[in-house]
Design a protein around this ligand. Sequence first.
Ligand code: DAH
Length: 353
Amino acid sequence: MLDKLEQIKQDALRALADIQDETSLDQWRVAHLGRSSAIMDVFKNMGALAKEERGPVGRAANQVKQALEAELTQKTVALAEAALTRSLTQDKLDVTLPGRHIPRGRLHPVTQTLREIYRVFADMGFQVYLSREVETDEFNFQYLNFPPHHPAREMQDSFYVESSQERGDNPMLMRTHTSPGQIHAMRQYAAESPENPPPVRIILPGMCYRYEQVSTRYESQFTQVEGLAVGEDITFSDLKGTLSDFARRMFGKNVRSRFRASHFPFTEPSAEMDIECFLCGGEGCGVCKHSGWLEILGCGMVHPNVLTNGGYDPERYTGFAFGMGPERITMLRHHIEDIRYFWANDMRFLEQF
Ligand code: DAH
């Protein structure tokens, strides 16, 4: 029996030596290690052996099987290596050819700025709230404390989505700023618990539309990022702290900021925040018009009427809000002199970012 095992092994190895391709190797595996191979027959017929033969024969049969399996693995590797060598030496491969350019997409420069803004505010605990782009006059102006004939409405000339005949006293328009989202958000939060509206800490990014004379500085379509924090005991110090911290996280940890008094109908008091010019470090240059400061955003304490319109009792709650333009920030950062590049879709511009 042991001689027969040796014979099985030699037959198999001899057959293996001639094999040059994977198909034959697979056939070899079936013939010499498969269910009806000679070696498997030995295992199957073990019962017919005399008791004292079973041990030595079983061990020897196992050794043969393992040896054949090891040879199979080696041969598989050898065939794969041979195939590779063949393709490297025989196939025509001109390694001096220049590589083929694989076109790669990239994020729009404004998207990159937006994502940085999200990251900074996310670290400070603000959530992103998305609000609609088509608004009613009420949400875009009235609830934000713009009186009916307030001149600020003219500063934000609107695209109406209804004809002048259709327009009643609450016409639909493309939002001129992201501020109406403040009202939607507060109302949604307050609806959860009208007696005890929960605190709000959100940023509201999105596209805004104005009927502008398009120029290097004004586009009819642009993005804004609005911010809103409402709660008990929120003060102007919280506004200053949060926004100066934002400036440091966004523009550099030593960047100084300053607040100037301003006016918006929906905040009282209102301010604008400047940061030290990051191009000249405050020395004065063309970008900061030699003032050393760059205007970055508008902000203020949420007007009591706006809180009321959002379902928050101004006797109990206070809050701050702010709004900034990512295009403007991107322009300042990269020294871009014409806002129209952002929507012109000129690859020569976009590929630089
Ligand atoms: N909505 C203002 C605009 O479009 C920007 C703004 C200013 C938003 C001050 C605010 C704010 O929330 O507090 O010009």
